[in-house]
Design a protein around this ligand. Structure first.
Ligand code: SF4
Length: 475
């Protein structure tokens, strides 16, 4: 039995980073004696320009809905399914797992899963990934062609599920994060986190690594390497910290040794040092730079930094150690809003830090969120002003619309955060749209809330662009 782990096509996105989730899981499971193959349909489909146009530019939710509800398959979906069938071995009855990181990926995964189940009913189909966990989607109640869902870190859950499928026993209640059917009921097991110490270096051997580096993408460091999980902050809109009980970092010397292996194996040295957040980890970052410098490791890297704690000389040292890009979550230019968000940043101190990063020649990629439900007119104007004044210090400005996740604390205290109501959507497909689509905000209706958020997002993107920054982001 060889588990096939798949990244489904992701229409409407332009991100071509090498997936870390399935490559980490592959390494973990193979260390435990399982066989795993990984397939990134997102990158493979984009190799074919005609196919890209069909699936990605003409992708329509209505077509997906028709297929999932009534099995009517339009030309574009048929092309996507046929491509999928050509990519995997249909004679192999091994399970197939889809990793879902967004709404569009969920839609394409459901289409592929439905078609696969119709053709090969014996193949078990598993869904997992950050989008399902953040939104706590059960899925099995709507789509009978999905056999299992796993919430949270998938490593241990998949390991035990594979053992269960091989042994064909009925015991599933010990498998962490598993959602399954039993006696016509849907049962959910408690999630389990995975410690970084248990997590081996990701295995990219099945993926066309060179293809990611050829893509015209904003991600300059497509090869990911995980250095830290969890976060010490407690931002109210975040779906990461509620699922992580602790913060763990990989020891700097271990990072250096594994990076040496990575460079040797894949012949690339542009690496994204991935962390959920490095809040409160400036000392760690400094030690990591020291280890890179002492070992004369020749890499170019990017990572995240936190603005609420910096150390003198840190950016200079980072630059010397090969750092070329830092991602920074600023989110708002209003101190009042940052306090309500529980984002521990002193906005007045940010320009000085940006100047220091700029002086060292490190690219800064600064994130902002537009349309928080409790953002006042004054808050938004303060953010616009901040972006106008500091655009010359921010190389890339990322403006994303606010997204409401079920795992974040806002969802369970909506009125505290100016959300009048979250509509319970009953449509089998539309209910999986991000929750902000169903949110009634203050005096605004559901539809006008969504429109209002996108207007704010586009306006902030325009201001950043007109002020001279490179701009990316989603509406
Ligand atoms: S700093 Fe980032 S990861 Fe940490 S709680 Fe805030 S949003 Fe979440």
């Amino acid at each position: 039995m060889k588990l096939r782990l798949i990244i489904p096509p992701a229409p409407r996105t332009r991100s071509f980073a090498i997936p870390i989730s399935i490559t980490q899981i592959k390494a973990f499971l193979e260390n435990h004696g399982c066989l795993v193959s990984t397939i990134d349909l997102n990158i493979l489909t984009r190799k074919n320009a005609q196919f890209f146009d069909h699936i990605f530019n003409k992708f329509d939710e209505d077509g997906v809905r028709s297929y999932l509800v009534s099995s009517e398959q339009n030309t574009y979906l048929r092309a996507m399914v046929q491509f999928f069938f050509r990519t995997i071995d249909l004679k192999d009855p091994s399970p197939v797992g889809f990793s879902i990181t967004g709404y569009d990926e969920l839609l394409t995964a459901l289409v592929l899963a439905k078609a696969l189940k119709a053709k090969c009913p014996d193949i078990k189909i598993i869904l997992g990934g950050r989008f399902l966990t953040a939104n706590q989607y059960v899925i099995l109640d709507d789509f009978d062609f999905i056999d299992f869902v796993i919430w949270g870190a998938g490593e241990k859950g998949l390991l035990l599920l594979l053992k269960h499928l091989q042994a064909r026993n009925n015991k599933l209640d010990h498998i962490p994060g598993l959602i399954y059917r039993k006696n016509k009921k849907i049962l959910k097991n408690k999630k389990a986190a995975i410690e970084l110490s248990e997590s081996p270096m990701a295995d990219f051997s099945d993926l066309p690594v060179e293809l990611y580096f050829k893509q015209k993408d904003h991600n300059r460091f497509p090869l990911p390497y995980l250095i830290s999980t969890g976060c010490l902050n407690r931002c109210c809109y975040c779906s990461i910290w509620p699922g992580c009980s602790s913060v763990t970092t990989k020891p700097p010397q271990k990072v250096v040794t594994e990076l040496q292996d990575l460079i040797e194996k894949y012949k690339v040295n542009r690496i994204d040092l991935v962390a959920d957040s490095l809040t409160g980890q400036a000392k760690y970052l400094e030690e990591l730079c020291d280890a890179i410098l002492v070992n004369k490791l020749k890499i170019r890297w990017g990572t995240q930094i936190s603005l609420n704690e910096t150390r003198p000389g840190l950016f200079k040292k980072m630059k010397a150690a090969g750092c070329e890009l830092v991602q920074i979550g600023i989110e708002s230019g209003s101190q009042a809003l940052l306090i309500k968000m529980k984002k521990m940043i002193q906005i007045d101190a940010v320009p000085k830090v940006l100047k220091e990063i700029h002086k060292q020649g490190i690219i800064s990629r600064c994130n902002f969120i537009a349309g928080m439900p409790f953002e006042t007119r004054e808050d938004f104007e303060a953010t616009c002003d901040f972006v106008r004044k500091n655009a010359s210090l921010m190389d890339v400005v990322v403006v994303d619309s606010f997204k409401l996740y079920k795992a974040c604390i806002i969802f369970y205290n909506p009125t505290r955060f100016n959300i009048a109501q979250v509509k319970t959507e009953t449509d089998k497909v539309l209910k999986y749209r991000p929750y902000c689509e169903h949110m009634e905000n203050g005096q605004q209706s559901f539809a006008s809330t969504r429109k209002f958020i996108s207007i704010k997002t586009k306006l902030l993107q325009t201001i950043a662009k007109e002020s001279g920054a490179e701009v990316i982001g989603s509406v």
